[in-house]
Ligand binder design. Structure first.
Ligand code: NAD
Length: 245
């Protein structure tokens, strides 16, 4: 069994610490270095002969980070957010030039990505749909990126949702939630939740609930491992975990 040498970038961060702990305890992985603000990522990659770098750092430095990783001789698994379609085109060129693969995923939780795919599939058959997402009280934005992405995928399958609702009298403004292509979005914020989401789809005489709960950061690790294994074997650009599920 070949062991992958992994450098963790952003190793002192919340996700980075989880990745370090995961790599240290996994028989298929070996920790080849830890990097955080002020360290020389390229040098650590070369000293550790890293196969892959797992990066959870800051959106502002995303492109510098990917460039350094690929041109230092390693593949990249990137959880840092903020990549644009133009960024991806540039990275595609770097992958071709260096022969090192790059796997970027806005969400590394397998169950979360499956929930989105299931909701997309179900949207074809249900005329009514609402999404409720639940997060801890410190999350600043609402609704979550996952809720919006889920609604986008569902809207690819059906032009209009909830056309039969009779929303005429608002006793409290906003109570029906936000609206994306007719899908109602609701955001709950309170301590106790980490990241949960429920997609409720309804039609006459039935409703269906698709729910996913993430209760700690370890839930990202199976997806990170799958991405490391895939991208060290395939020198390509992959955007989104759904492409390897
Ligand atoms: N894709 C996913 O599934 C997923 C999941 C969780 C978080 N994220 C994203 O990952 C990123 C990190 O999240 P977090 O919660 O761990 O944040 P965090 O703030 O806890 O950690 C970020 C770490 O990056 C370090 N850092 C900053 N600049 C650096 C640099 N130039 N070089 C090396 N390290 C540097 C910081 O010192 C810190 O230790 C964010 O963009 C977040 O949105 C993605």
């Amino acid at each position: 069994m070949s062991v992958l040498k992994v450098v963790v970038n952003g190793a002192r961060g919340k996700m980075g610490q989880t990745v370090v702990d995961f790599v240290e305890h996994h028989s298929k992985l070996q920790l080849a270095g830890q990097v955080d603000l002020g360290d020389d990522l390229g040098a650590v990659i070369q000293q550790g002969s890293a196969d892959v770098v797992v990066d959870f750092t800051r959106p502002e430095i995303r492109m510098d980070t990917v460039k350094t990783i690929l041109f230092s001789g390693a593949a990249a698994v990137v959880g840092t957010t903020g990549f644009t379609p133009e960024d991806l085109e540039t990275i595609r060129g770097w992958v071709k030039e260096t022969g090192n693969g790059c796997f970027i995923a806005p969400n590394f939780i397998v169950g979360n990505v499956l929930m989105q795919q299931f909701a997309k599939q179900a949207a074809r058959y249900y005329e009514y749909a609402e999404i409720i997402e639940y997060h801890h009280e410190n999350k600043v934005d609402f609704p979550s990126g996952t809720a919006v992405k889920t609604a986008e995928l569902m809207a690819e399958e059906r032009e209009k949702f909830n056309v039969g609702t009779n929303d005429q009298v608002a006793n409290v403004e906003g109570s029906r939630g936000g609206d994306f292509a007719g899908i109602k979005l609701h955001a709950v914020r309170m301590p106790g939740f980490v990241a949960s989401q429920e997609v409720i789809l309804g039609d006459k005489g039935q409703y269906m609930t698709i729910r996913h709960d993430s209760i700690e950061r370890t839930s990202y690790m199976p997806g990170v491992l799958m991405a490391c294994e895939h991208i060290t074997a395939n020198a390509e650009l992959v955007y989104g975990l759904e492409h390897i599920l």
